[in-house]
Design a protein around this ligand. Sequence first.
Ligand code: SIN
Length: 476
Amino acid sequence: MKDDLMYINGEWIGKELEKLEVVNPANGQVVGTVPIGGEDEANQAIASAHAAFQTWSQTTAYERAMYLKRLNDLILKNQEELAQVMTLEMGKPIRESRGEAASSATYIEWYAEEGKRIYGETVPSHIANKRMQVWKRPVGVVAAITPWNFPLAMLTRKMGPALAAGCTIVIKPSGESPLTAVKLVELCEEAGFPKGVINLVTGSSSKIGNAIMENEKVQKVTFTGSTEVGKLLIRQSADQVKRLSMELGGHAPIIILDDANVDAAVKGVLASKFRNAGQTCVCGNRIYVQAGIHDVFLEKFTTAVDQLKVGDGTNENVDIGPLINQSSVDKVADQVADALSKGATLVTGGRELTEEGGTFYAPTVISGVDSSMVIMQEETFGPVAPVQKFETIEEAIRLANDTKYGLAAYVFTESVAKGTLLIEQLNFGIVGWNDGMPSAAQVPFGGMKESGLGREGGHEGLEAFLESQYVSIGMD
Ligand code: SIN
């Protein structure tokens, strides 16, 4: 694997650069290195993407689909290797990594086809001797800045539509998990994409980020990460009015009504809360349970949580891997301590697992929480499930919406009427109704409020890489 190099204009470069060590959070061992690139490398990559855009944007959607389908096949063929790299560099259980590799391929496959449906429009004119049309044009060079928690899926969710639309791309993966991106770009090379269409720059986030934001050749920035960094990029984008897609933080409420199927709710909440050790933007962070079902839910849920196996994600039977680093463990521990000091009850877990050797935290349930506690206000990004009892649906709606975030929410009820009326009041971009894992390639993913701008996935995810060009044709 070219894990000490980056990819610009069809060449693997950066041998002479200082290296960044990538550390396995399960045991602290270095699993690879990438070059520490900065402004120069970012600008080279942008220049290469800009040159390639002149020809790639002129290819047909059918030709672009051919490359994307080859890439889809290669991802599936290399599913196991991609999964192993992911687990080694960021810790998620190997079964989840395999699932991520498979779902990552769906973003490439789906957009290979969707790119053939960039239709534009013919609009009826109000003047007899005029014709009005809307043409669709690729936006230009795209910079994709991706997070460590889904090192493959967040990349293909951006690359699939960008490349299908006719854009070229500069990828900047997270410093915590860049090796999966390196492996993916190797597969892109094998798929035969023309040089410059896909470029990869690793290294200093601030230097590369600044170069991206200052370079006029970058027309569009697509970012997944924290709301804090997202706001910085939004500010930086103003000078050149760069197009933006922002998938930012979340603080998802889960609302369980009295009439919910309790076993289905336990299963859904486990999936939502504990996938990737709770390190997902869409994971349930605040669990509101109606009084009539609260005790039975808490008991069954706690029994299920106690069965989760914590350990090195490379072990086949592990459910919960390490957190990405020690500061994540400290943040989780602080949130739990804050909640307990304000009157919450520890039901299970509630401690760092130092004996495991990496950065592990026990799957935890706390009950009796309320809005005064930090855990009910801020993203946790860890395996802690805080449970709060509520009486009325109005109360649940008020509590759920009382946040600056608006990414995902979850509702568990068997009543179509109650579910529908409830969801109509929830200010969140994604709602899982009796479903703890709603993401898919063909549907929009993204947030309201401070959780982001725009959507990825579905036809909206392709629109994000297109400009509408209105053409008015005089017929005199
Ligand atoms: C995320 O946490 O940002 C992505 C999770 C998903 O796609 O389900």
